[in-house]
Design a binder for this molecule. Sequence first.
Ligand SMILES: Nc1ncnc2c1ncn2[C@@H]1O[C@H](COP(=O)(O)OP(=O)(O)OP(=O)(O)O)[C@@H](O)[C@H]1O
Length: 293
Amino acid sequence: MFLQNAIPAETAELTTAAGLQRPGAAWPIIEFERVAVSYGRDAAATQALAESSFRIDVGDFIALVGPSGCGKSTILKLVAGLLKASSGHVFVARREVGAEDVRIGMAFQNPTLLPWLSIRKNVMLPLKIAHPFRKDWRHKRKGEYRDRADALLAKVGLLDFADKFPWQLSGGMQQRASLCRALIHDPTLLLLDEPFGALDQFTREELWATLQTLWMERRPTVLLVTHDLRESAFLANRIMVMSARPGRILVDERVDFPRPRTLETTVQPEFNTLTHTLRGLIVAARSGGGAQP
Ligand SMILES: Nc1ncnc2c1ncn2[C@@H]1O[C@H](COP(=O)(O)OP(=O)(O)OP(=O)(O)O)[C@@H](O)[C@H]1O
């Protein structure tokens, strides 16, 4: 079932003015059917996600934005199979989560690289663990798999640092390596939870371009949780704005700026109108406005 856009009339006007288009129909890789999540039980229960239904098409790039604590990371955890819905159904590649071995890559705010492994070995780690790569690990780790890691590291400008350890790299470089690790096994789904949240603005903008290039070449479906509205407008094809907790999807719209987007894109009036509109929606959501469809 696809989300019936629950957009109040004044919001619909704002989003049209900002050049946003409604999502079109294609092959769904993620489907949420009346999914709700509560943490804890009985009197101690926290309802994190109100009943929500939506779908995400294969190859799309989604940014999930909303007030703090509204349930964005909860949605990522549901898709990754790290959390079970309290009610409703989560489908990934048309199978209920847990039933199908879908390749997923993940990156978080903290790069979470293993300090005792070199950058190259960190990047290669999913090939050691993930099906179907792990069965060939022993005879490909010094050849094909190593070349694969080096090709990715070269793309993000880190090939010269492949033999260094994580602590020898800056935060931005570590985050580049973490993106390489998330992509090395050609995931169908890339789940990103504020991956650039800890970086300075310049490094963050450099990494937007890196991520966009990697996405354009490989086209995984991306679900990006971010608090940075410029980041969501730069990177995503579609932005989903959530209400305050218990979160629900308030606005779900397409962003059609041509690609590749550049820093030039971010100074266009349409870009500013969009980020301004998003800011208004989130401020309203924080204060409880527009939370009901
Ligand atoms: N394991 C847990 N036990 C109890 N409550 C939890 C748990 N995990 C999350 N919550 C609560 O559920 C709500 C949604 O959490 P979630 O991490 O999904 O929000 P978020 O939108 O990603 O927040 P932020 O933007 O601040 O990272 C929050 O109120 C949070 O405190």
